[in-house]
Ligand binder design. Structure first.
Ligand code: FDA
Length: 503
């Protein structure tokens, strides 16, 4: 293939990657970002960049024959998913045997598809999970900087209290209060000022048109509008899209050589390239960064990688559940697709739960309160390389989610008891099931800080090889994770630019 050399390569364009590229660019380091997904800036035949959730087309999904929405059924009817052509769509569900992992594909990674919830973890839990990180510095500098750069903002309380679009969240707050649980606002990167103008009919609707998981056409301040725009603005950073890194090796002189497949949006391979660099930063996410390293270790291209690579993976204790509301407490046919509140019961001694009050913007009265619960589950999985398929496999048994389900059950049982309500059993597949516990939105770990790497993401055994994304966080952080991934990446790259990069 064609060869090229650049000073630094960043694999991926999600949170960790975007932070890394910006700070490298500011330091004057020529940096090439390689992203397997597309740049989402061109309208399709319908005039929209992204397709909506109610009637998804091929733009929704990364190379599948059918969409794979998390809430696939309603009254056990398969009403949500659609048959589609395989395409380089924006949302992927990586299906391991016992766990489906949702990830974003495209320039901006998870920021294109996620709910935008910009939560900062409880300091005491952060200190427990990442004891080698100076929490004073994180909470004093890096978290505030991350929140500002990401443009996190909160819904205005007066508007929240009266708008029909957040009736579902007020109903959920009342149910929580009856069980003695505290609901609070949670920041989001969706521009709430824009949302209010949507409600007033002044601008095109996005959050108020049920857009979220397959991309937002307006309003969301995803990474392409924040960190990545700033990174490109340094003039030192370039991005190549539809470039999938397949392998990494190291030459005698220390050059890292990446094997890269360039594909088109229909999945045809257009070229195989080799790209050399002096500094290699992996920001391909928990699954992506870990996959590259376990493959390199087990195929012998980076043989000095240790046994910690692949270990310490977890789904951040994710469990989804829906409650059936009494008829007298309608959640409303109109719901913003962007969450604005959470029920914070993390201080519960036996069953700590942080639950996002999730919208279910079906366009009709569902009578459902939906939640994504983040729980504290000590179980961990391991990512391993499968020599037969050359893909990564996840060692994770369904039973390992039992502690997460137990905590969620304790939490929602208390809420149901106080309100005389019950679970909805028809949302998570063909059989009656109260909890969505076989998929997650928050994959974390695989190259854990201080174990597979040093305290700043330098990969053990290899100079100038770094991980700087969700793979560093050991499986759990107690809230939605992207603010932590961003702040930790800021902390790490600041140190690496100061100490490792020759200028
Ligand atoms: P991230 O996954 O963002 O980026 C990795 C990038 O690398 C991707 O663009 C991928 O295509 C690319 N890549 C991977 N392998 C590659 C390879 N071999 N070659 C080239 N490119 C490669 N979090 C939160 O805090 N609040 C929220 O509201 C939500 N909601 C939410 C909803 C949904 C539907 C999802 C799927 C996820 C969330 N999340 C979330 C989770 C959040 O989006 C996630 O934690 C971060 O995006 C992870 O950031 P990273 O930088 O680790 O990687």
């Amino acid at each position: 293939g064609s060869g090229a050399f650049v000073p630094a390569v960043v694999v991926g364009t999600g949170y960790g990657a975007a932070v890394t590229a910006l700070r490298l660019g500011e330091a004057g380091v020529g940096t090439l970002m390689l992203e397997m997904g597309q740049l989402w800036n061109r309208p399709g035949p319908d005039g929209k960049v992204f397709c909506g959730m109610p009637d998804p087309d091929r733009r929704s999904t990364w190379f599948k024959n059918r969409t794979e929405a998390p809430i696939a059924s309603f009254l056990w009817l398969d009403v949500v998913n659609r048959t589609i052509e395989p395409y380089a769509g924006v949302l992927d569900r990586v299906n391991f045997g016992q766990m489906g992992v949702y990830v974003g594909r495209g320039v901006g990674g998870g920021s294109l598809v996620n709910g935008g919830i910009a939560a900062t973890p409880r300091r005491s839990y952060f200190e427990e999970v990442l004891p080698q990180v100076d929490a004073g510095e994180m909470y004093g500098r890096h978290f505030p900087r991350a929140l500002a750069m990401l443009r996190a903002n909160e819904v205005a309380a007066d508007w929240f209290e009266q708008t029909e679009w957040y009736r579902f969240a007020r109903v959920a707050r009342e149910a929580a209060a009856k069980a003695g649980m505290r609901t609070r606002f949670v920041p989001n990167v969706y521009d709430f000022a824009y949302m209010r103008r949507e409600a007033a009919g002044e601008v095109a609707k996005s959050a108020l048109a049920a857009e979220v998981m397959y991309g937002n056409n307006h309003g969301k301040q995803s990474l392409d509008k924040t960190y990545l725009a700033a990174a490109l603005g340094t003039g030192k950073v370039t991005v190549e899209t539809l470039h999938r890194v397949t392998a990494v090796r190291r030459e005698e002189d220390g050059t890292y050589v990446l094997s890269v497949d360039r594909i088109d949006a229909e999945g045809r391979r257009l070229a195989r390239k080799e790209i050399g660099c002096r500094y290699l930063f992996l920001g391909a996410g928990s699954l992506g960064s870990t996959e590259l390293l376990v493959r390199a270790r087990d195929t012998g291209t980076l043989p000095d990688l240790g046994a910690e690579v692949g270990a310490g993976w977890g789904p951040n204790g994710n469990v989804m559940a829906g409650r059936a509301n009494p008829l007298l407490h309608p959640t409303g046919a109109r719901q913003s697709a962007i969450a604005a509140t959470c029920v914070d019961d993390w201080d519960h001694p036996a069953a700590p739960v942080f639950a996002d009050v999730a919208p279910l913007p079906a366009g009709f009265e569902t009578g459902i309160s939906m939640y994504l619960a983040v729980t504290r589950n000590p179980e961990r999985g391991t990512l391993v390389h499968d020599g037969a398929t050359d893909r990564v496999r996840l060692r994770w048994e369904r039973e390992q989610n039992a502690p997460a389900v137990a905590a969620a059950k304790s939490f929602f049982d208390r809420m149901n008891k106080a309100n005389g309500t019950d679970y909805r059993y028809d949302l998570f597949g063909p059989r009656a099931k109260a909890f969505g516990d076989d998929f997650c939105y928050h994959p974390l770990g695989g190259c854990v800080l201080g174990r597979a790497t040093d305290a700043y993401g330098r990969v053990a055994g290899y100079r100038h090889l770094y991980v700087n994304d969700g793979a560093l966080i050991p499986g759990s952080i107690g809230v939605n994770p992207f603010v932590t991934i961003t702040a930790l990446a800021e902390r790490n790259v600041e140190r690496l630019v100061a100490e490792d990069i020759a200028r």
